[in-house]
Design a protein around this ligand. Structure first.
Ligand SMILES: CC[C@@H](C(=O)O)C(=O)SCCNC(=O)CCNC(=O)[C@H](O)C(C)(C)COP(=O)(O)OP(=O)(O)OC[C@H]1O[C@@H](n2cnc3c(N)ncnc32)[C@H](O)[C@@H]1OP(=O)(O)O
Length: 256
């Protein structure tokens, strides 16, 4: 079974959905590779808007797969893993089409970073978002902290990162992280309603405005900051405090 699903609709929308509901859409190496392959397809297809989401209602994405990555112990190995997903996140941040993170469920850790990579974030009312990495004695490791600092006011971003707390949709609307809350059922229809005003424009107009938006971002500086962020996280990854925190999570959730 595919870890990431692709759905190309005739209305100009391509959906990319992480398909690991039982493990809250956590990202392992296979997810990273499939995401990258599907982005290549979406980049070339007829779509105007690419929507990134998760399967189910519980999670958009719970970040790195802690069961799989608990065996990564050294700084070097951590950096290799973090850079692999960092490249996917950076690709989304500078994607030539409109990208929307449709938060069907909670986004935690790297899941919040994935959401930060998209142009827009829209959410179901029940979801929460938490950059919880600091509670695991690491920092954002996929470069998403840099992107968060681009998306919302810098001090709001710093507060989200340092507090590592879970934010409600009310708080996320207030600090600008999400642009819209979807109350319509099914959720997917509400997402398409949000994308509607983009979809009725020509591809040329969308490409041009997205191009100007990317011009406005300082791509060189963002690339460098993401690289530094990944390197810092890799250093912290090696520390015993991080491994203890991961083991505590796995022990609690799996009763081991
Ligand atoms: C590695 C990169 C780094 C970064 O750069 O940011 C990271 O992403 S670090 C990872 C950060 N993520 C977390 O710490 C998420 C931990 N998960 C949770 O807090 C919660 O699971 C949830 C996402 C809030 C959902 O809560 P709930 O709906 O109550 O589900 P459960 O907690 O019962 O989980 C169900 C099931 O899924 C397993 N699970 C959840 N998240 C992960 C994960 N990230 N990695 C591995 N496994 C995960 C959890 O262990 C449960 O398994 P079972 O007990 O076997 O059913």
């Amino acid at each position: 079974m595919a870890n990431v699903l692709l759905e190309q609709n005739s209305n100009g929308v391509t959906w990319i959905r992480i398909n690991r509901e039982e493990i809250r859409n956590a990202v392992n190496f296979e997810v990273m590779e499939e995401l990258n392959d599907l982005l290549t397809i979406a980049e070339k297809d007829e779509s105007k808007v690419v929507i990134i989401s998760g399967i189910g209602k519980k999670a958009f994405c719970s970040g790195g797969d802690l069961s799989a990555f608990q065996h990564i112990l050294s700084e070097d190995a951590a950096r290799r893993m973090l850079m692999k997903m960092g490249a996917v996140i950076e690709r989304i941040a500078f994607f030539p089409k409109i990208t929307i993170a449709a938060l069907n469920g909670t986004a935690v850790g790297g899941g919040a970073e994935l959401a930060s990579a998209c142009d827009f974030r829209i959410a179901a009312p029940h979801i929460k978002v938490g950059f919880v990495q600091a509670n695991l004695a690491i920092t954002t490791g996929w470069g998403g902290g840099t992107l968060l600092l681009e998306r919302i006011a810098k001090l709001e971003a710093l507060q989200m990162l340092l507090s590592a707390k879970m934010y409600s949709t009310e708080e996320l609307i207030r600090n600008g992280f999400i642009q819209h809350v979807i109350t319509k059922e099914p959720f997917e229809e509400g997402v398409i309603d949000f994308a509607g005003p983009f979809l009725n424009k020509t591809k040329g107009v969308i490409q041009a405005y997205k191009g100007r938006y990317i011009d406005h971002l300082d791509q060189g500086r963002i690339h460098l900051n993401m690289k530094n962020e990944i390197a810092e996280c890799a250093k912290l990854w090696e520390e015993k405090e991080h491994h203890e925190a991961v083991l505590a999570f796995l022990k609690k959730s799996k009763n081991i």
